[in-house]
Write a protein that binds this ligand. Structure first.
Ligand SMILES: [Mg+2]
Ligand SMILES: [Zn+2]
Length: 191
């Protein structure tokens, strides 16, 4: 498969990007969408660009909650998004703790590479949106681009770095608009 057969995608972080980061969310009742996030995702859906969730869930590796808890939280997130007419095309999570030194925890690239293989995506024409620098770095390492949408948990240094490199966005809706506009300008096939 050549790169032109592959599609551009938008990769999205979960905690602090689509939903509030309640510090290791292990229960479905804790899921609260960030205002505007569902509408931003819906815009990705309407552009027929694959929306891929990639999330670090070290709460599993740390023993704070289980894989089954994660699946319940994900089901609740999907339900809340669907209520606003939005959906994720795929979701990948790293269950490891930092000490495990895995390749999938962002900024590790394994989950992005796996998504690219499983969904015929071209990382180099894709964008990653998140509230931490590592969300962007993972895809940038594969030749893609990234935009930072800060949350309360974003270190000031990461905000400053994003501003300096013109990767700082005020909200997810604006980040999606910038990414989709750039994709269209590149002539990315709609599907
Ligand atoms: Mg986050
Ligand atoms: Zn991992």
């Amino acid at each position: 498969m050549t790169s032109t057969d592959r599609r551009a995608a938008i990769f999205l972080d979960r905690d602090g990007t689509l939903m509030r980061d309640a510090h290791y969310v292990g229960r479905a009742e804790q899921v609260v969408l960030i205002p505007g996030a569902a509408a931003a995702l819906r815009a990705v859906n309407e552009a027929r660009v694959p929306a891929i969730l990639v999330t670090n869930q070290s709460g599993i590796g740390r023993g704070y909650f289980t894989e089954q808890d994660y699946e319940r939280v994900h089901a609740r997130l999907s339900q809340l998004l669907a209520a606003e007419g939005a959906h994720l095309d795929a979701a990948y999570h790293c269950p490891h703790a930092p000490a495990d030194q895995c390749e999938c925890r962002k900024p590790g690239t394994l989950l992005f590479r796996r998504a690219a293989e499983e969904h015929a995506l071209d990382p180099a024409r894709s964008w990653s949106l998140g509230d931490r620098g590592r969300d962007l770095q993972a895809l940038i390492a594969l030749g893609g681009r990234g935009l930072l949408v800060p949350s309360d948990n974003t270190p000031a240094a990461e905000v400053d770095a994003a501003q300096a490199s013109q990767q700082l966005m005020p909200n997810l809706g604006e980040a999606v608009r910038v990414a989709l506009t750039a994709m269209l300008a590149q002539g990315a096939p709609a599907e």
